[in-house]
Design a protein around this ligand. Structure first.
Ligand code: G4F
Length: 338
């Protein structure tokens, strides 16, 4: 009998890579999606015929119960969230409902339908926020800096609480930023690689960014989904940091992206007047509209526990990740006329 997995957030970047990975392991994959007027296939088109799509919404407990009863999964991977940090200040209530209470609804649904279903919760390095120690590991205290981060802290603790209250097999994956060609374009990495590709192909002159000095521990989403699966294959449920251990600034990401297309960027000026130039042409400007009310300045993860217990480590280095993303954007854009 094939194992069955249900993934919430199937239409997102991690949903795509996880579903692909689980299919390769022989799973029957059910992807839960929320009906919207948008095309749900943008990211998952390549695997859409191989998975079962089921309609449900993490803020609608009744729909979760029905999906769990109908699909009878062995494992649930809970990836659905309002995951764009800036939107958590403008849609503060729905971020709390989806990202915090959505996790509670999933856990409660599992408790009511079948307590033996194993559950993976996508926690986040955003919970570390204003970091209390470096590098961040499982025992590092949280200090979230956005309504999104606060909602993820709730999701983390309610998952732990269900483990301790009901003896359920539930795990938190504290994943640091994970990127890929499937990353939506409003996140900084894909915004950069897509804009650099457009500049290279002379489809755009410049692009605007916010805080160039923010630093992140960026890994490849395709590597990270394996860690999610490994957590649910252990004898005991637990929580794990998943990261590369390396940190780079937004500025370095920009520089490396231009290098991939054979361009050398030079910075001039300071603060909101800083610009990036290639051959005297301005290609990057700073726009304070992309600054955040409270910033996470730097994140660096220590995934020793995942290495030792799960036997997991990140395989894709920073430069490889940037190259993969820029080259994919160049390829996609070749076919676009304007
Ligand atoms: O790419 P970002 O929007 O990702 P952020 O905020 O780190 O969050 C991502 O990673 C989290 C894991 O730590 C996830 F939980 C979360 O769901 C999401 O996937 O921004 C990265 C950094 C920030 O410091 C931001 O201020 O880039 C800086 N930045 C500078 N200019 C920008 C921009 N971010 C965006 N989105 N757009 C800019 O123009």
């Amino acid at each position: 009998m094939k194992k069955k997995a249900l993934c919430t957030g199937i239409t997102g970047q991690a949903g795509f890579y996880l579903a692909k990975f689980l299919l390769s392991k022989g799973y029957e994959v059910y992807g839960m999606y929320r009906r919207t007027s948008l095309d749900i296939g943008e990211r998952i088109d390549p695997i859409i015929k191989d998975i079962h799509l089921v309609e449900g919404d993490v803020i609608d407990p009744d729909s979760i119960i029905k999906v769990l009863q109908e699909t009878k999964p062995d494992e649930v991977y809970h990836l659905a969230a309002q995951s764009f940090v800036p939107a958590s200040w403008t849609q503060v209530f729905s971020t709390g409902q989806i990202t915090a209470l959505g996790t509670l609804n999933m856990l409660e649904g599992i408790r009511l339908v079948d307590k033996n279903i194993k559950f993976y919760n996508a926690a986040s390095s955003e919970m570390f926020g204003k970091v209390q120690e470096t590098p961040q590991k499982e025992s590092t205290p949280f200090y979230p800096r956005s309504p999104y981060g606060v909602a993820k802290v709730y999701g983390y603790w309610i998952t732990k609480n269900y483990r301790e209250s009901y003896n359920m097999f539930v795990c938190n994956g504290i994943l640091f930023n994970h990127e890929s060609p499937k990353r939506p374009k409003q996140f900084v990495t894909r915004k950069i690689t897509n804009s650099v590709a457009k500049i290279k192909l002379e489809k755009q002159e410049y692009f605007e960014l916010g805080n160039l000095d923010a630093r992140r521990d960026w890994g490849f989403a395709g590597d990270y989904v394996e860690a999610m699966w490994k957590m649910l294959q252990q004898d005991k449920p637990d929580d794990y940091v998943i990261s590369t251990g390396e940190t780079h600034s937004v500025r370095e990401f920009v520089e490396e992206s231009f290098k991939v297309v054979g361009m050398n960027i030079v910075w001039e000026g300071e603060g909101i007047n800083e610009v990036g130039k290639v051959d005297e042409n301005i290609v990057v400007k700073v726009n304070p509209k992309f600054y955040r009310p409270a910033e996470v300045d730097v994140l660096t993860g220590d995934c020793t526990k995942a290495k030792n217990i799960l036997g997991w480590q990140s395989n894709t280095k920073f430069k490889e990740l940037v190259k993969m993303m820029v080259e994919s954007d160049l390829e996609d854009l070749k076919w676009v006329l304007i």
